[in-house]
Design a protein around this ligand. Structure first.
Ligand code: SF4
Length: 62
């Protein structure tokens, strides 16, 4: 599972990228490659436990 705030964008304004780069819609910024492992729940990482940005933006359970 991946973080619901994660997007891949192939441009930043006028700048175009060869491949999509991880972008956090919660923080409104591109994600560093090491953090993208958290965003994508790679290895033993889990965005819902290991990302302070996700935890700060998480909707409270109804
Ligand atoms: S930085 Fe955190 S909140 Fe943003 S996409 Fe990655 S896991 Fe989600």
């Amino acid at each position: 599972m991946t973080c619901p705030f994660l997007e891949y964008r192939d441009a930043d304004g006028e700048m175009r990228f060869d491949t999509g780069r991880a972008y956090c819609t919660a923080a409104s910024r591109f994600v560093q490659p090491m953090r993208a492992d958290v965003c994508n729940d790679r290895y033993d990482l889990d965005h819902s436990r290991h990302c302070e940005i996700f935890l700060a933006h998480e909707e409270p359970a109804p």
